[in-house]
Design a protein around this ligand. Structure first.
Ligand SMILES: Nc1ncnc2c1ncn2[C@@H]1O[C@H](COP(=O)(O)OP(=O)(O)OP(=O)(O)O)[C@@H](O)[C@H]1O
Length: 251
């Protein structure tokens, strides 16, 4: 078993509040792993430490066995750890074609020069076309992002993250704000990514979590309550108790 991403005894405090408590997580290579927990459990704080936005008070973070605890955000991205955000961070006036073109071009080190090179690199064009198709964006590829339905914008965000060719992708509520009917579509696209991309998902919608994840970690008050396959987590009495009054855990 190869571990893609790991935390060892992670601790984070805000003032006197322990928001991450002695947290040891192991995300297997190729996993579709979900991190769930009630509101305020500390999920986003964990993601922020994994990406380097927040520094833990103690403990270690390992990416493919290498200690990245002290690396800044951009160096983690270069090592293959990417994320999407809860809030849209797309360029509203660009089209999906331009946005993905830029993202691929950034990765290849061409920066904003890709417009000039468009049409001259068939491999780059092929990759852009593949991303547009895979993320169901071909039909809107020439429309301004700001005019797209919210679900398409969220798909574009994930496509941009994938354009960086991450080995580990962190998804923070990718379906938040998306109409019920389109949510499964988004997770289905993520689920069908090649298995060389390991995915760690934070999601409130239990229906989505249980249809997507092959492994679930439950966080309560910053500490790990249980980790296991969906069937085991769903029937755990402590998990049921935690979610009582929030949302029913149904597989
Ligand atoms: N910068 C901060 N300063 C002080 N307290 C913070 C800060 N960020 C988060 N917290 C607190 O840490 C706790 C965990 O917050 P966090 O956002 O990580 O939880 P979460 O599980 O992601 O919540 P939600 O599901 O509601 O998004 C909360 O009590 C929150 O108020």
């Amino acid at each position: 078993m190869t571990i893609a991403l790991e935390t060892q005894n992670l601790e984070k405090q805000f003032g006197g509040l322990r928001v991450t408590r002695d947290l040891s997580l192991r995300i297997e290579q190729g996993a579709r792993h979900a991190l769930i927990g009630p509101n305020g459990a500390g999920k986003t704080t964990v993601i922020n430490q994994l990406t380097g936005v927040l520094k833990p008070n103690s403990g270690r973070i390992l990416l493919e066995g290498e200690d990245i605890t002290d690396l800044p955000v951009h160096k983690r991205v270069l090592r293959g750890l990417s994320r999407t955000f809860q809030i849209n961070q797309l360029y509203p006036d660009l089209t999906p074609l331009e946005t993905i073109g830029l993202a691929v071009s950034e990765r290849l080190g061409h920066g904003g020069d890709w417009w000039r090179r468009m049409g001259t690199r068939s491999d780059v064009n092929g990759e852009i076309a593949d991303l547009l198709a895979r993320f169901h964006l071909l039909d809107v590829m020439n429309e301004q992002t700001v005019t797209l339905p919210y679900g398409k914008q969220r798909l574009l965000e994930i496509a941009v993250a994938i354009a960086a060719k991450p080995r580990v992708l962190l998804l923070d509520e990718p379906a938040a704000g998306v109409p019920e009917s389109e949510r499964h579509d988004i997770l289905a696209v993520v689920g069908s990514l090649p298995r060389d991309v390991t995915v760690l998902l934070i999601e409130h919608d239990m229906d989505l979590v249980f249809s997507f994840a092959d492994r679930i970690s439950v966080l309560v008050s910053g500490a790990l309550l249980i980790e296991g396959p969906p069937e085991q987590v769903a029937r755990d009495p402590q998990v049921k108790a935690v979610y009582l009054g929030e949302e029913a855990v149904n597989v």
